[in-house]
Design a protein around this ligand. Sequence first.
Ligand code: ABT
Ligand code: MG
Length: 131
Amino acid sequence: MEQTFVMVKPDGVRKQLIGDIVSRFERRGYTLRDAKVMTIPRDLAEEHYGEHRDKPFFGDLVQFITSGQVFAMVWEGENVVENARTMMGPTNPKEAAPGSIRGDYATDVGENIIHGSDSPESAEREIALFF
Ligand code: ABT
Ligand code: MG
């Protein structure tokens, strides 16, 4: 069965959204296979966001994702990689429809509440990195 890596980012934890986000995935029928609260070490953040290493926002991104606790999760179910991205809404919250997680709670592209793997290959890589 397909699995994906989902993470409530430090802004989502600060806004007390862990329960809401877990509830959305449960109501959708997905199964939580693993989860933990953690503070991401700098080297893990740089590895996780390695594809963005040369982008101008990379420094701010690593600073933000290591700025507080995150809630890392593995969710399982049919088509969960793609559906999780739909539930989250687009990366830029300005484009996110109400009812999506980012559409309901996020305001900033750099601090957008939640992460979800963007492909089954990314999911496998990210689950191995975090668990
Ligand atoms: P992540 O779930 O964090 O990977 O976001 P998503 O896959 O939706 O979007 P991508 B493209 O992977 O963005 C990674 C992080 O970089 C931030 N970002 C992105 C900026 O700050 N400025 C930009 O112009 C772009 C394109 C948003 C994402 N993270 N956070 N937090
Ligand atoms: Mg991404």
